[in-house]
Ligand binder design. Structure first.
Ligand SMILES: Nc1ncnc2c1ncn2[C@@H]1O[C@H](COP(=O)(O)OP(=O)(O)OP(=O)(O)O)[C@@H](O)[C@H]1O
Length: 326
């Protein structure tokens, strides 16, 4: 069996803790995710603001170095081998970020923006080959090259810009894409198209995706597996259908019952903010959800171990019996 494409094994990421930085803050804790190399998948990572989603994405992209645990890409420890900084790795793992505006220089026409990564990664030799690749990538995301080429970012709609970001990633023929809130900046009518594009990356191009989102509905639409993060802990993980269809962790249940606001960036109703949402160092010895949980009991003063129940992994003392049984 070949090595997994990406193997994030028991990774913890802490920020700060250095001289003059105050105590270390745990943004991600004991996180494990394996994406097979022979079967492209879309993995959704959901949770409220500050839960550690982007930190997790940064781990996959080789941007956040784990404080503990290992990250392997096709079998190689990306930090042990120095691979995280190699051109090969940076080409193989691409990012699609939330705000397509931020990646565009307003003074460059689109094709110039697309040529930069081709040159940077040495993908196409001459200008003709570059132009062919650019046109091909634009067509693949449903854009008509003749309507796009020669235009500047402000002459394009939000949906076109977002698709260009997908085209840019596609041109580099990555094996994995980390898409961080790719649809939150575009209006609902275009969302379906962009989600369709993400699905096509998996189905037509064999690319796996880590899809980071606030929005459980789109997670269900596109993803094979879903991780629910709270205060840096994956509290529930399983097939998106199982977890969203019948959530077991009280936090996932809360997410399902909360009413999504019209503005996806505003988060869920009842969402905590700031320090409370992030948790503190002292929280880590007990269940991270203890202060909001309607089922709180004495056992919750200890951090729960994982239980495997109803085809998913859940970190909650309510399922301790299931854990003993397995
Ligand atoms: N470089 C950093 N230095 C210090 N703290 C950080 C850093 N990056 C993230 N954090 C903190 O880690 C926590 C998790 O942040 P992260 O961005 O991963 O959350 P998120 O779930 O993606 O949130 P959002 O949905 O708002 O983007 C936050 O409290 C954030 O302030």
């Amino acid at each position: 069996m070949s090595a997994p494409l990406l193997d994030i094994d028991d990774v913890t990421v802490k920020f700060g803790g250095g001289v003059g930085q105050g105590p270390a803050f745990t943004a991600l804790e004991n996180f494990t995710l394996r994406i097979p190399s022979d079967e492209p998948q879309i993995i959704a990572v959901a949770g409220e603001s500050g839960s550690g989603k982007s930190t997790m994405g940064g781990v996959g992209l080789g941007l956040n170095r784990p404080s503990a645990g290992t990250v392997r890409f096709q079998g190689d420890d990306i930090w042990g081998s120095g691979m995280a900084r190699s051109t090969d790795f940076r080409k193989s793992v691409q990012a699609i970020f939330q705000d397509p505006f931020s990646v565009f220089n307003p003074f460059y026409p689109v094709e110039r923006l697309l040529r930069i990564p081709l040159r940077q990664f040495g993908i196409a030799k001459g200008r003709t080959e570059q132009d062919e690749l650019i046109q091909d990538a634009l067509s693949k995301v449903g854009l008509r090259p003749e309507q796009i080429i020669g235009r500047h970012p402000h002459q394009l709609s939000g949906g076109q810009r977002q698709r260009i970001v997908v085209a840019r990633a596609l041109m580099l023929r990555p094996k994995l894409i980390v898409a961080d809130e790719p649809v939150s900046m575009i209006d609902a009518s275009l969302r379906a198209t962009v989600l369709e594009n993400l699905r096509s990356l998996r189905d037509d191009h064999g690319i796996s995706l880590i899809y980071i989102t606030h929005d459980l509905a789109t997670a269900r639409q596109v993803s094979d597996r879903l991780f629910v993060l709270y205060r840096g802990r994956a509290v529930e993980e399983g097939s998106a259908n199982d977890v969203i269809g019948d959530p077991l962790h009280p936090y996932t249940q809360l997410l399902m019952n909360s009413i999504p606001r019209p503005d996806p960036d505003a988060g869920w109703e009842g969402e905590t903010q700031g320090d409370e949402a992030r948790g503190t160092l002292s929280d880590r010895s007990q269940c991270v959800f203890i202060d909001r949980c309607p089922h709180r009991m004495d056992a919750c003063r200890r951090a729960p171990s994982d239980s495997f129940v109803q085809r998913r992994r859940v970190a909650c003392h309510l399922y301790d019996d299931a854990r003993v049984a397995t």
